[in-house]
Design a protein around this ligand. Structure first.
Ligand code: NDP
Length: 332
């Protein structure tokens, strides 16, 4: 079977040369383990951070070892009483076509309730990140203005729609006109800004005539700089991600925003989704409910074939994905 290993710590933007595809035996399941076939692999911006040898909230990948991420897989052979052949499971698994997993490291998903890939997107890590970051830290109130960056991606597209459900004016910031159109026509955003072709500060002033009450931060950098002068009193800024700096060789400068936070009494709070694990059930239940009621849509960019996993990962940094980026490795 094929596996993907990290062979260099990327300098700046990762390239294909930082990874290597190798072949290895599949192995055999022992008592309490299952042999699973990889169906979908989640490719995520945070994996870039794990490729550096720096201390973070999650350990770095080892060199010459496999990358791992959220994976949907199907049980092909079980030596566990908890799983049977055919069960579809979710776990943090290595990038390979088959894995041996301990029964306590994967959980069964109900793919009759939603397509299996949704457990990596709207009902999975990114949907929950949108849900808790926005509702627990952002606390949007009816009639307020919510701005979200990375707005057409996995997290941002769900943030904007939940903010609409909560009765706010929603403005998205994205990197293409196609994405602007998608946010307004498909997801019901009130306005959207293309940061690659527009002056973000000017466009934001126009799109947010009543100022900004919540800024859901996914990208950092110059886009974020344009937000602060427009903050209203007691604005909230959930800091979810800063993808614009993930490939920087030196830490990003700033943010030089203290003055803005002081004069508006605003709150800026970072978080990782792991903080909310005791409450995941609550999040999934609301997200699934909104999906069923047709209040929430989700988009996935599915790249076909294990061999294209690295391409799908690198594409995140050039904004090729609409919604959640996923690799399809095999059929269920
Ligand atoms: P996305 O699906 O949003 O994919 C990444 C998107 O980022 C691209 O499509 C691209 O869209 C945009 N992008 C890439 N480079 C830049 C840049 N230099 N400046 C501005 N935008 C850029 O990814 P996710 O939804 O999975 O993740 C979004 C953010 O949330 C990331 O920062 C991620 O690290 C973070 N995150 C944090 C979690 C937490 O627990 N705190 C959990 C999950 C995600 P475009 O065309 O618009 O440029």
């Amino acid at each position: 079977q094929k596996q993907i290993k990290l062979i260099n710590r990327p300098k700046g933007t990762p390239t294909k040369e930082d990874f290597k595809m190798v072949t290895a035996p599949i192995g055999e399941a022992s008592e309490g383990e299952v042999l699973v076939r990889t169906v979908y692999i989640s490719v995520d911006p945070y994996l870039r951070g794990r490729m550096n040898d720096t201390k973070s909230y999650i350990a770095p990948f080892e060199l010459n070892e496999m990358i791992s991420s959220g994976v949907i897989a199907q049980v092909v052979f079980s030596k566990s009483t908890l799983f049977k052949k055919g069960d579809v499971v979710l776990g943090a698994l290595p990038w390979q076509e088959y894995s041996i997993a301990n029964e306590n490291t994967v959980r069964k998903i109900d793919h009759s309730r939603a397509p299996a890939s949704a457990y990596l997107s709207v009902l999975g890590m990114t949907g929950l990140t949108a849900y808790f970051g926005l509702l627990d830290i952002g606390k949007p109130q009816q009639g307020e203005t919510v701005v979200v960056s990375g707005a057409a991606g996995a997290v941002g597209s769900i943030v904007g729609q939940i903010a609409k459900i909560k009765g706010t004016r929603v403005v998205g910031i994205v990197g293409s006109d196609e994405k602007v159109k998608f946010l307004i026509d498909e997801l019901g955003f009130d306005a959207a800004i293309n940061y690659k072709t527009q002056n973000v500060a000017e466009a934001l002033r126009e799109a947010c005539p009543n100022g900004i009450d919540v800024y859901y931060e996914n990208v950092g950098g110059e886009i974020a700089d344009a937000i602060f002068p427009l903050l209203n009193n007691f604005a909230r800024i959930p800091v979810c991600g800063a993808i614009s700096s993930y490939n920087n060789e030196r830490p990003d400068l700033g943010p030089r925003v203290q003055g803005y936070l002081i004069k508006t009494s605003s709150l800026m709070q970072g978080f990782t989704i792991g903080n909310y694990s005791p409450r995941f059930g609550e999040g999934v239940s609301d997200l699934a409910g909104w999906l069923k009621e047709g209040k929430l849509k989700y988009e996935e960019t599915v790249t076909e074939g294990f061999d294209r996993t690295i391409d799908a990962f690198l594409d995140l940094f050039i904004g090729k994905n609409l919604g959640k980026a996923i690799v399809k490795v095999s059929e269920i």
